[in-house]
Design a protein around this ligand. Structure first.
Ligand code: NAP
Length: 249
């Protein structure tokens, strides 16, 4: 089915949208006129608050629980979006986790969980979107700027995101003939729970010093770029990884 031209009839799924970057993307896409599915795994209350905020601002949103690492849950996520909005035009594969430790200290459970959520979770979304997105749709996945930094302790996390970049380039070629654009964003350090947890002021200062613009990113800095990639003004941007990091890499 062709992508409807009326912006208020387009629908977007944002995974991991109960807080942080995903919540900012959900709010931003709703402001752009999308009907939004706010996905979460365990944080039902915060996801409901994001929906409430969007509705108060005049937008449309629903929250849907789904652990992205479970392919059947991702199928149900798309089912819920189609039932509510009649189809899906945009998938933002934002859900992710980051656990930092040297390779020597990485246990199997951490490796498996990071692969399951960051890589298989993104793959589950990409596969479902490839099957079900309306023609002319857009996919935005999440990498990280640390893919290019090779910092100690980031091994497994960066490896999952490097794989997401490979999938992005390949799926862009597979879906291009249907007018579906597939891109990724690779943020630098953004002030969310994922980045701030466990870091003291000295660690935050070191992070700021690596950034030529001299500040950490805000979730909205990333949401603005996702808005561009999900919208009509990026009509010829396809198969790209956009590094949004204040010039850090
Ligand atoms: P965050 O604040 O920790 O939020 C993560 C979100 O993902 C939450 O809404 C969480 O919801 C959801 N989530 C986690 N596991 C999930 C699962 N299995 N299924 C569905 N949802 C799940 O993280 P963030 O900083 O906003 O990060 C968002 C994305 O940006 C991630 O992919 C991350 O790798 C990437 N990124 C972040 C930074 C940064 O500095 N913050 C830098 C580069 C890249 P629940 O609580 O319900 O699980």
């Amino acid at each position: 089915m062709a992508n409807p031209t009326n912006s208020s009839s387009r629908a977007a799924i944002v995974t991991g949208a109960s807080r942080g970057i995903g919540a900012a993307i959900a709010r931003r896409l709703a402001g752009d006129g999308f009907q939004v599915v706010v996905n979460y795994a365990g944080s039902a209350g915060p996801a409901a608050e994001v929906v409430e905020e969007i509705e108060k601002a005049g937008g449309r949103a629903i929250s849907v629980q789904a652990d992205v690492s479970d392919p059947q849950a991702v199928t149900r996520l798309f089912d819920a979006a189609e039932a509510a909005y009649g189809g899906v035009d945009v998938l933002v594969n934002n859900a992710g986790i980051m656990k930092l430790m040297p390779v020597a200290e990485t246990d199997d459970a951490t490796f498996d969980q990071t692969i399951a959520i960051n890589l298989k979770g993104t793959f589950n979304g990409l596969r479902e979107a490839a099957r079900r997105l309306r023609d002319g749709g857009r996919i935005v996945s999440f990498s990280t700027s640390v893919v290019g930094l090779y910092q100690p302790t980031y091994g497994v996390y960066a490896a999952t995101k490097a794989a997401v970049e490979a999938l992005t380039h390949i799926l862009a070629k597979e879906l291009g003939p249907r007018g579906i654009r597939v891109n990724a964003v690779a943020p630098g350090p953004v002030a969310t729970e994922l980045f701030l947890k466990g870091k003291d002021e000295a660690a935050l200062d070191r992070a700021r010093q690596m950034i030529p613009l001299g500040r950490l990113g805000e979730a909205e800095d990333i949401a603005r770029v996702v808005s561009l990639l999900a919208g009509p003004d990026s009509g010829w941007i396809n198969g790209q990884v956009v590094r949004v990091n204040g010039g850090a890499v």
